[in-house]
Design a protein around this ligand. Structure first.
Ligand code: SF4
Length: 272
């Protein structure tokens, strides 16, 4: 797919943590737009996408001068109290453009120099491995949240064909564990998965986050309904998984191999 790329010079980077992210003081997006273009992405419904006039997933703005700006904003924010950062809420900080642009890496470098109290790195990309050296330096102040919505790659391809394969994400979780970087597997949104899923995750993580469209899209599932996601389930003959109780199927399977206190639901799963 052709992605249109632009370079922007933002005046601010840190946004106040509100709504779903109210447990955080700030959110941080190295890019605007996301070339993974997942079919269920709730950002499709937000002004950043709807006012753009271009299909979500086909454009990305790379924020220039980001590290310097962050260093300044971080200094100011830390002078006022504890700083907890969610990176990222409306983009993937390790989407393909990051290979070349290294905006996210530069932000991590700034945070290694002047660490926030906590940083959650939310991604579905194996590129996060490149920055293990920096993540290690943040120690217990960081957690990588790796989205793994299903263990079935044919399901992943149906819902988010431009996102990295599941096997690469699982391998990345293994590398993070071996490197001592705190990490969680984030099954969000819950997609149809197999009985083996929980067993695949067991050796890789001690923390699971589980969320779905109905709990987690910020509108009780209304945003997702407007995206027409249900039709994708119908095409696959898996309508029973488009249900506000479907997360329980996965939860019960996880409970057989994880301790209950290792499984976090909805907002709790993303909390600092
Ligand atoms: S990776 Fe995240 S931000 Fe990017 S399209 Fe998918 S859900 Fe949206």
């Amino acid at each position: 797919m052709n992605i249109s790329i632009a370079h922007t010079h933002p005046k601010t980077l840190l946004n106040k943590g509100t709504g779903y992210l109210s447990g955080y003081t700030h959110s941080l997006n190295p890019f605007t737009g996301c070339s993974f273009g997942c079919a269920y992405c709730y950002v499709r419904q937000m002004p950043v996408s709807t006012f753009r006039g271009q299909e979500w997933g086909t454009w990305v703005d790379s924020k220039q001068g980001a590290a310097m700006l962050l260093a300044k904003e971080l200094r100011r924010a830390k002078a006022k109290g504890p700083v907890t950062i969610f990176m990222s809420s409306a983009t993937d900080p390790y989407q393909p453009l990051e290979y070349k642009e290294k905006v996210t890496r530069s932000l991590l470098e700034a945070m290694v120099c002047d660490p926030p109290d906590f940083l959650l790195v939310q991604t579905r990309s194996p590129l996060v491995r490149r920055d293990i050296d920096l993540l290690q330096r943040l120690g217990e102040r960081v957690r990588v949240s790796m989205t793994v919505e299903t263990d079935l790659d044919e399901i992943r391809r149906h819902f988010s064909p431009y996102a990295p394969p599941i096997a690469a994400r699982l391998k990345t979780l293994q590398l993070l564990a071996e490197s001592g970087v705190p990490a969680q597997a984030t099954i969000a949104p819950v997609l149809p998965s197999s009985e083996a899923f929980a067993h695949l995750l067991r050796p890789l993580v001690n923390r699971i986050c589980l969320d779905d469209y109905f709990m987690g899209d910020g509108s009780g599932g209304k945003r997702t309904r407007r995206l027409g996601i249900e039709a994708l389930y119908t095409e696959l003959g898996l309508e029973e998984w488009y249900d506000s109780a479907a997360w329980r199927i996965v939860y019960e399977r996880l409970k057989k191999v994880f301790l209950e206190e290792q499984i976090f639901l909805n907002q709790d799963g993303f909390a600092p």
